[in-house]
Design a binder for this molecule. Structure first.
Ligand SMILES: [Cu+2]
Length: 350
């Protein structure tokens, strides 16, 4: 009795540590257990079905094992070898047939859903097309039905609409995963491009993650899916068409154009080897990982502070990322501050 108590006492801290670790898994917007769309709902149903079957099997097997252990224990004074039996057709048929039925019960809806969710809506006229391109360590979203409008880090979608995604990578293998909306999908190179469809009836922001170890900052390769009503979506599309806004100071504007717009775009100017910066002041993050205090998220900071942090030392925020440090491009602390101020005020109304 004493010994058992000792063992329990030793297990307690372990349990405490586990519950602490698991409590870290509670990000509400990052859970397959709170589905926000039909695909994620169907997938959760499958998880529930398989867990239920497993639990029933577990209970039955343990019950039988416990019964047998107790019932056929060696009794006191029982010294003879028990009767030796071998083979029992009836039992063997039973324990082959039952698992077979269980596997079928599991397989039928699974296969059904695999085909249903594998359907390609790219050519579906009612679907919104979005080309998703993964980069080390950020996400690019392009809307071919809207003059190839390109955005980064935030995928803006209308609610109640099928979003047909075409997924590919610009460098190494990544995986697109929005736990509340659907399962993972790899982003491959040209030639083996994947397609998937997502949708949600609920307006809101859903966090996405890269789910394929892709380099040093893989863990920081997040993105947001923002579902808004159709009117806001149309407004967002319009807002993106506005002409570029540049820093007011003409000298700084020139410097920004030469050094930053070689990779970045603002409005109708610049390039796309880096994330589009149009409206970055109204986004929920900087570089997908520094949280802006737009929705009062825990650990968030004012957009400008996050921009200063990023521009002062991108490497410190996301090790191994492909952006040169503005200091190495000849930007002083003061200029970084000014650029941060300018970008923080570059907002899109929608
Ligand atoms: Cu990745």
């Amino acid at each position: 009795m004493m010994k058992q108590w000792q063992a329990v006492k030793r297990l307690l801290p372990l349990l405490a540590v586990f519950s602490l670790l698991l409590s870290g898994c509670g990000r509400e917007d990052l859970s397959v257990l709170r589905p926000q769309g039909p695909v994620a709902e169907g997938q959760l149903d499958l998880i529930k079905l398989s867990i239920s079957i497993m639990v029933v099997v577990l209970i039955v097997v343990f019950a039988i094992a416990t019964y047998v252990l107790i019932k056929f224990r060696r009794k006191q004074g029982q010294n003879e070898v028990p009767e030796q039996v071998e083979g029992n057709i009836k039992l063997e048929v039973i324990w082959t047939a039952i698992p077979l039925v269980l596997v079928l019960v599991l397989a039928i809806p699974t296969i059904q859903k695999v085909f249903a969710y594998g359907e390609n809506d790219w050519e579906n006229k009612d679907a919104l097309q979005v080309k998703v391109t993964s980069h080390q360590f950020w996400w690019e979203f392009e809307y071919p039905q809207y003059d190839n409008l390109k955005t980064a880090q935030e995928l803006i979608i209308p609610v109640d609409k099928k979003i047909a995604l075409e997924l590919k990578t610009a460098d190494v293998l990544h995986s697109f995963w929005v736990p509340s909306l659907a399962g993972k999908m790899d982003t491959n190179t040209e030639g083996s491009i994947n397609y998937m469809t997502i949708s949600t009836p609920n307006a809101g922001t859903y966090i996405g993650k890269c789910a394929e170890l892709c380099g040093t900052s893989h863990g920081f390769m997040e993105f947001r899916v923002k579902a808004v009503d159709q009117a806001s979506f149309d407004q967002w599309i319009e807002a993106n068409k506005a002409p570029s806004i540049l820093p007011e100071d003409t000298q700084l504007a020139e410097k920004f154009k030469t050094n930053c717009l070689s990779c970045h775009a603002v409005g109708d100017q610049g390039g796309f080897s880096g994330p589009n910066l149009t409206g970055i002041g109204s986004r929920e993050t900087v570089a997908s990982i520094l949280l802006n205090d737009i929705n009062g998220a825990k650990g968030s900071k004012p957009v400008k502070d996050n921009l200063v942090e990023w521009l002062s030392d991108p490497e410190a925020v996301k090790p191994g990322n492909k952006m040169p440090a503005p200091k190495d491009l000849g930007f002083s602390d003061e200029e970084i501050e000014q650029i941060a101020d300018y970008l923080a005020n570059y907002k899109l109304e929608y």
